[in-house]
Design a protein around this ligand. Sequence first.
Ligand code: ADP
Ligand code: MG
Ligand code: ZN
Length: 221
Amino acid sequence: MSAAWRSDRRDGSPNRTGRLDMIVGPMYSGKSAELIRRVDLARRGQLSVRVFCPRRDTRAADRTISSRAGTHAEAIAVETSEEILSYVDSTVDLVAIDEASFFDLGLHPVARALLALPSWVVIAGLDLDYRGDPFGPVPNLLALADNVDKLSAVCVVCHDLHATRTQRLIDGEPAPDGAQIVVELSDDRVRYEARCGRCWVPPQFAAGGTQLPLTTFRASP
Ligand code: ADP
Ligand code: MG
Ligand code: ZN
């Protein structure tokens, strides 16, 4: 596909359309590593690439995204999803966005605008939060996507290779229900783990949690 995306082939060909690839899964599943790998490939193929992350992602130094596997890519940290549009025009071949779950809901219309340019867009993010709820703009982006790669991690409890959940722990114990994005506790009290569906403790069953029936779902975050 890359050849069709080179800037020098921008000839108005009717074959050229926008494309959205999503990379989702729990924490530690390799989403950032996979996004960075695709960015590296595109750069090697001499495509023009822009990489974005939300500024609220405190792990990101302002000019890079990184994976726990140790790889990095230069990135632009933006305050709002709409800001992405000010850095992209039709000469950009690939727009890569990490930590999509921490963006505002406007990331969905922004992705539609990028596809209309047309751009090739690759977006990585958590599909579910630690409560098991769809996370931020990601569900709408999944609906829009041309391709979805749903990655899994290794369950830290039973070592199952198909961990699809993110467990939030406070002082080492499964966390009860709380805000979707947690800012009030200092980082050393809060940890996250990848867990399989059997080992993941939903917040309502954690000590101190509200016992909601399993059929209760939130309408919004
Ligand atoms: P994500 O962006 O999905 O959080 P990263 O790309 O940052 O993931 O990191 C993936 C890397 O994390 C893996 O390649 C592996 O080296 C490491 N890792 C640490 N804990 C786990 C785990 N429980 N399951 C899988 N990989 C893990
Ligand atoms: Mg990541
Ligand atoms: Zn498990």
